[in-house]
Design a protein around this ligand. Structure first.
Ligand code: GCV
Length: 857
């Protein structure tokens, strides 16, 4: 269907429909193409290129890019550098692309003039139609070609010279792809863009076209490796047949210089190999793993290495045998060493079963990584890097940077970021993450009283180390948009750009992405920039502020609001909210001691509420709701206000986006796709606002100073309407419904009606909003009538249109809103909802809002 649309549809103002597959590499024709034609070279020469390797690919990309972006056909001539160029007339202008070594081979005198490049670095010089693109290695040459094309695609065909080296050698992405669909996590764990592009039914897919296309996108932003399978690894990934399959994925990646990595299951020697143990110090186990490494490298000589999650969330690990994490990591490091591979060993180690909130005030999951890695800094082999999630808990909307970065001076580290928006709206909410990442990367730990930013630590600059860098959990899927949303792709683009150069500006990178993905139409750039830059602060405001974490349902889908789910379980994402106070006391003097894991200057700052930034207050301190913040507001009033502000910002997104209808680069298909999500987000942000505010109002009994919380004069509660075939239903958690209740049909097969006479509504035009629940167990239908007129009809089909985790419950995850603008209402007319259940979806309705112009509630 989608591809038919792609072929057939011509969007607004002739803009061809786009499905997102080419993301920012569309090579769309620029406005000044004619002007640029004469500035392009007339030949492309690749030096020592071999088909299937990056220099060859660079030549092909240049040719394709020149054709698409500028409309000039330029052929590629691949030559062996030492034999020199053949058959070119001196008046030809040339784009030469290759490695420094190949170039110097044919131009020995040039060596002294070339700038210094490190691994993957590139040099590009464009002058009067001649283009020289050199990489320190083949991959670097391809990066240089993409850089040049990226400029052309933004309409810039001016001369320039640039030398660029990466800020860190490890620039990987992780995919949490399962070999087998099903179970609680489906095809891609925490993936919201469809099934795995690599695996299906326990095997590597036959058709790996998407794997190659993914590698192309990644190479264009400087990513050099992909770990293709879930860190919750299936031991069967390592059967001979699957290793053959992995080799096919590596073949699909290789033309783009992207290396393949594999996640391992620590217990595989036992579960797959049939050994009696998986003790990392057992010789039989060591030999087994050596056999695996040899077998993999025999098939994939350029495999990058491994990623290992151990002793975490039920995964096996070395501690099962009382061995250290270093024993575990070094086991693999040594098997990789002869092949030149490296291992990223995750610091996400904690026990989710025994943490006890009630019995132990000092228990704290945030302490786990620091505790488990204590004393191990000089114990890891030099081909190990520790992969550390940015915060000590788990990809929350705001966390302090993990102190472990400052503990590892001898051991390399990599920061783990999450592009897939597990706790940040699952791509159904626009949340541009680069500003958050930037804050994390710029954080200065003040180790030994000296500037020690996260970026400098993982880049191996603060404590000189040859490894280190970035790991981003991406989780693309088979959806043509890759992540399930066109706008979410700005996060992947920004991730690559920051991994290459952590000093890049999130806004600058965003603008570049907009121009490449849509167009350089100034309105398009302004609007998407405005929405995106406002999106993380807005999401933080309506999902969990002051460092309390994303107040989502941590036991189920990690998506909708459910503040109560944080506490009372051993997962340790606690808030310790009670009737008077809230927050985790992580101080040394009275709390869990976590602040003491930071170097002294930072520890002192976080130890006292007076010096802790407001945005992390509840992360570090347990304070009364009436505690005054630096802003002058109390904690509870800040909660109320922030949730109103954040959701008000989200209301502006669809309005802003609508201004782009018909603008250059905004084709109908992408316009509708984005609008659908932004409208949904605006509605769901209100669900967040009301749930969180109601929850804390209920806990604290402190009213909102501005009288908004619990006071909704425009709402008609569904349970207060006249019901025929509907019945009232108590929602759990209570705050996920206005008034704690909704209505559901009495049976799964009969239509039901809820009606109310609008005798207190003055005649006029109103926006009518209906809050309902769209569960994943059926496709109910709702119809809304005013008098005899049907205002609208909609279906419970969000599960097909949004990639967010499906849920079978009536709760904050499935709560949604549909709005009908400008409905004519006469005083005294009857408002009626007709619900037709389907499957196990009983057409639930929460409330209806009759909103005068400009009011949203
Ligand atoms: C792959 C969180 C996620 C899990 C994930 C885990 C991890 O807990 O919810 O889905 O597992 O982190 O990073 O290992």
């Amino acid at each position: 269907m989608r591809s038919l649309l792609l072929l057939a549809a011509i969007g607004l103002h002739g803009a061809a429909a786009e499905d997102g597959l080419n993301a920012w590499l569309r090579y769309a024709r620029v406005d000044n193409a004619k002007h640029c034609q004469s500035k392009l070279p007339s030949t492309i020469v690749t030096l020592n290129a071999t088909e299937g390797f990056p220099v060859y690919t660079a030549g092909q990309e240049l040719s394709k890019g020149f054709d698409g972006i500028i409309g000039k056909k330029v052929d590629v001539d691949s030559i062996v550098a030492s034999r020199g160029r053949r058959g070119h007339k001196s008046r030809d202008t040339t784009a030469t692309v290759g490695t420094v070594a190949a170039y110097v081979d044919s131009n020995p005198g040039a060596a002294a003039r070339l700038p210094e490049l490190i691994d993957d670095g590139f040099h590009v010089s464009v002058s009067c139609g001649n283009v020289l693109i050199l990489g320190q290695n083949e991959r670097g040459a391809l990066y240089g070609a993409f850089h040049y094309l990226t400029r052309l695609a933004q309409g810039d065909c001016s001369d320039f010279t640039l030398t660029s080296n990466p800020g860190a050698p490890i620039r990987w992405v992780n995919q949490w792809d399962n070999m087998q669909d099903g179970g609680t996590h489906g095809s891609v764990e925490r993936g919201y863009g469809g099934d795995s592009i690599f695996f299906w039914d326990g095997k590597v897919r036959d058709d790996l076209t998407r794997a190659g296309q993914y590698a192309r996108l990644l190479a264009s932003i400087g990513i050099n490796a992909v770990v293709v399978n879930n860190v919750n690894a299936d031991p069967k990934t390592l059967t001979p047949a699957n290793m053959d399959g992995l080799a096919r994925i590596a073949n699909a990646f290789r033309p783009y210089g992207v290396q393949l990595g594999v996640s391992l299951n620590f217990a595989a020697p036992q579960t797959l190999g049939g050994l009696s143990t998986f003790d990392p110090l057992d010789q039989g186990v060591i030999d087994w793993w050596q056999g695996i490494a040899d077998a993999l490298y025999q098939r994939i000589p350029d495999m990058v290495g491994y990623l290992v999650k151990a002793n975490s969330e039920g995964q096996p690990g070395p501690m099962t045998y009382n061995r250290t994490l270093a024993d575990g990591a070094n086991l693999f490091a040594r098997t990789l060493k002869p092949h030149g591979g490296i291992i990223l060993f995750r610091a996400f180690v904690y026990d989710h079963r025994t943490l006890n909130q009630t019995l132990d005030w000092k228990a704290d999951r945030a302490n786990a990584a620091g505790d488990y890695f204590e004393g191990l800094d000089d114990k890891f082999d030099d081909n190990v890097a520790i992969q550390i999630k940015y915060g000590p808990i788990d990809f929350q909307v705001r966390e302090p940077v993990s102190p472990l970065f400052s503990h590892l001076r001898k051991t390399a580290s990599a920061i783990e970021l999450q592009i897939t928006q597990e706790y940040l709206g699952q791509q159904a909410h626009l949340v541009y993450l680069a500003p958050m990442w930037k804050e994390l990367l710029d954080f200065d730990f003040r180790v030994d009283g000296k500037r020690s930013t996260t970026a400098d630590i993982v880049g191996g600059r603060r404590f000189p180390r040859k490894l280190g860098g970035f790991a981003g959990v991406v989780n693309v899927g088979t959806n043509t948009t890759w992540l399930g949303s066109h706008l979410a792709m700005s996060n992947l683009y920004a991730y690559g750009k920051l991994a290459w150069d952590a000093s890049a500006s999130p806004e600058g990178v965003l603008k570049e992405w907009i121009k490449l993905t849509f167009s350089d139409d100034h309105k398009v750039v302004d609007v998407i920039t405005k929405m995106s830059m406002a999106s993380w602060p807005a999401y933080e405001n309506y999902s969990g502020n002051l460092g309390i974490q994303t107040l989502t349902d941590i036991l189920l889908g990690h998506y909708g609001p459910n503040p109560g789910s944080q506490d009372g379980n051993p997962w340790g994402q606690w808030t310790r909210a009670d009737a008077d106070s809230i927050g985790m006391d992580r101080t040394v003097w009275n709390g869990t001691g976590f602040t003491g894991q930071y170097p002294p200057e930072i520890a002192a700052m976080y130890e006292r509420p007076e010096t802790t930034p407001d945005n992390l207050m509840l992360w570090f301190h347990h304070v009364p709701y009436t505690h005054k913040l630096k802003s002058g507001k109390t904690v509870i009033q800040h909660f109320y206000d922030a949730h109103y502000e954040g959701s008000a910002t989200a209301q502006t997104f669809p309005q802003l986006w609508r201004k782009l209808e018909g603008r250059r680069g905004i084709d109908r298909e992408r316009y509708e796709h984005v609008l659908y999500r932004l409208v949904y987000q605006a509605g769901h942000s209100l669900v967040w606002r009301d749930s969180v505010n109601q929850f804390y109002f209920n806990k604290s009994s402190i009213p909102d100073a501005r009288g908004r919380v619990g006071n909704h004069p425009y709402r008609i509660e569904a349970e207060a309407m006249s019901l025929e075939g509907y019945r009232a239903y108590r929602v759990s958690p209570f705050e996920a419904a206005s008034g704690a209740r909704c209505i559901v049909t009495e049976t799964n097969s009969t239509r039901a009606t809820a009606s109310a006479v609008l005798d207190r509504v003055a005649t006029g035009r109103y926006d009518v909003a209906v809050n309902y629940y769209d569960m994943a167990l059926g496709n109910a239908t709702w119809e809304l009538y005013v008098g005899a007129d049907r205002v609208g009809r909609w279906k419970g089909d969000l599960e097909y249109n949004l990639g967010r985790a499906p849920s079978p419950y009536i709760d904050g995850q499935t709560a949604a809103r549909v709005t009908f603008p400008g409905v004519k209402i006469k005083r005294g007319s009857t408002l009626k909802i007709v619900g037709t259940p389907d499957g196990l979806e009983p057409a639930p309705v929460d409330y209806i809002s009759i909103l005068p112009e400009g009011v949203v509630d």
